[in-house]
Design a protein around this ligand. Structure first.
Ligand SMILES: Nc1ncnc2c1ncn2[C@@H]1O[C@H](COP(=O)(O)OP(=O)(O)O)[C@@H](O)[C@H]1O
Ligand SMILES: [Mg+2]
Length: 152
């Protein structure tokens, strides 16, 4: 069984639009376990580190400006195949490709302002969790289902 941890971040537009609860609900309803959650401001250094793969792209400067423009909510979700499942629930980057039923498909109309980030691989998940969370901000607890599956 492939138990994974993955990083999510509700972007400033998700907070501004009052969608935090709805977005987190999608993950809870799916059965993913929330093991960390916090509201925070992202400073320029953290923004540049987080989005380093996009340096030089046409949208990079505005992306840094946008992600530092107001508080975000960062979280860690855990579960079987969590990384891929969370990306599927989030939907495609561009709203015209994001399927209805996904978070971006249901709530976004613009690629830049697409309300949520989620890790796209085990490598980025580890990097992003370490970048945003101290060890003591990540919680360990059991879900009943995990005991049945023997899958902590
Ligand atoms: N063509 C674009 N125009 C404007 N903003 C973009 C564009 N492509 C990506 N972005 C922004 O940069 C973020 C990171 O891009 P990317 O890693 O490709 O997408 P994802 O967030 O789906 O992993 C996107 O979520 C979006 O906010
Ligand atoms: Mg990405």
């Amino acid at each position: 069984m492939c138990i994974e941890e993955t990083f999510i971040m509700i972007k400033p537009d998700g907070i501004q639009r009052g969608l935090l609860g709805k977005i987190i609900s999608r993950f809870e309803e799916k059965g993913l376990k929330l093991i960390a959650l916090k509201m925070m401001d992202i400073d320029e250094n953290l923004a540049k580190e987080h989005y380093s793969e996009h340096i030089g792209k046409p949208f990079y400067e505005r992306l840094i400006e946008f992600i530092t423009s107001g508080p975000v909510v960062a979280g860690v979700l855990k579960g079987e195949k969590a990384i891929n499942i969370v990306r599927k629930l989030v939907g495609a980057t561009s709203p015209d490709n994001a399927e209805p039923g996904t978070i971006r498909g249901d709530f976004t109309i613009n690629t830049a302002f697409n309300i949520i980030h989620a890790s796209d691989s085990s490598g980025t998940a580890k990097k992003e969790i370490d970048l945003f969370f101290q060890k003591n901000e990540i919680f360990t607890y059991d879900l009943a289902l995990e005991q049945w599956l023997g899958s902590k």
